[in-house]
Design a protein around this ligand. Structure first.
Ligand code: ATP
Length: 304
């Protein structure tokens, strides 16, 4: 594998109107780490997603979708608890209300055992996010086990802080996520999230090689012990901004895997972020490698 990632993927329902009025909805799947996995797979990397799904139809949808995206799901486990659910209601063109039904879900039952099988066979990179440790004690232990195992087998770690205030307090998140972030080679977050885990300088002092700051429509930057590089965001019409961060991370890590320089890694990240905001859904609009260059196309271009 090039990348192994783990976390929770839920069934996602995107309402076409207001839920309280009764409406139609599109059913898909959503999860930060699996969005990164799909993004990397479309860019041609070999990726495994590990996690637990319920013994139910939403669980079958999660696994089938990821397999269809050529993400390896061979170590995914079924669990007696139900697959989690997330509801999206778009209230304004760029304002989405998100509600989660994931407490006690199959995904939250992830544990260290799942990590052992997922990392069997090795990988260049283990991608983790700050959502997983918030799901349950065993899921937190799974993330710690993934860091331990990555160190043993010589894999690099990327860590997206991904603070979710619905899951825990900032204080609890800072206490748990700071030591995890310090173990990573690449840490990704918004300015607020990076401050939560000690800030850019502190992370570099603790041995993190690259700290990547996502700045929404202002683009992204990366800081290493040698300096800071910045890339502007691409100008696109925003259709749905949810998932931009994970898309960006997939692009940045793809550049890392390909050995691109820091500016080129950022450029691939911002290209993927632009695809994500310009299309509906978290992962559906992510580019293949051949499509990456479309981002520079002039308006009105028709591909014939
Ligand atoms: P989310 O939590 O919604 O997934 P995030 O806060 O983790 O997002 P952002 O910083 O919003 O991540 O977005 C990641 C990247 O996506 C940005 O660095 C940028 O390159 C791209 N992006 C985000 N918003 C826009 C936008 N409005 N126009 C163009 N590109 C954007």
């Amino acid at each position: 594998m090039d990348v192994v990632t783990l976390g929770e993927t839920m069934v996602a329902m995107r309402a076409d109107g207001l839920l309280r009025l009764g409406t139609t909805a599109r059913v898909s799947v959503a999860g930060a780490e699996s969005t990164v996995a799909v993004g990397l797979s479309r860019l041609g990397h070999r990726v495994r997603w590990a996690g637990r799904v319920g013994r139910d139809e939403p669980g079958a949808l999660v696994v089938r979708t990821l397999r269809a995206e050529e993400v390896d799901t061979s170590t995914v486990r079924e669990d007696d608890a139900p697959t989690g659910l997330v509801l999206f209601e778009q209230r304004l063109p760029d304002v989405t209300r998100v509600q989660y039904y994931r407490a006690g879900s199959a995904g939250s039952r992830l544990g260290p055992d799942d990590v052992v099988s997922a990392l069997d066979g090795g990988t260049r990179l283990v991608h983790l996010s700050g959502i997983t440790p918030a799901l349950s004690t065993t899921a937190w232990e799974a993330v710690v086990a993934a860091c331990d195992r990555a160190a043993e087998i010589g894999s690099a770690i990327s860590f997206d802080v991904n603070f979710r205030s619905r899951l825990w307090s900032a204080e609890d998140a800072a206490r748990v996520l700071t030591p995890l972030a310090r173990r990573a080679t690449v840490v990704v977050g918004s300015p607020d999230e990076l401050a939560l885990v000690g800030g850019v300088s502190d992370l570099l002092r603790h041995g993190v090689a690259e700290v990547v700051t996502k700045r929404g429509a202002e683009g992204a930057s990366v800081t290493t012990p040698d300096g800071t590089w910045h890339a502007p965001a691409h100008e696109v019409s925003v259709v749905d901004s949810v998932g931009a961060g994970d898309a960006f991370t997939a692009g940045y890590l793809s550049g890392w895997l390909d050995g691109l320089d820091l500016a080129e890694r950022l450029a691939r990240g911002t290209a993927c972020g632009a695809f994500a905001v310009a299309t509906r859904g978290d992962w559906e609009g992510l580019p293949t490698r051949a499509e990456l260059d479309l981002i520079g196309s002039s308006r009105g271009t028709a591909l014939r």
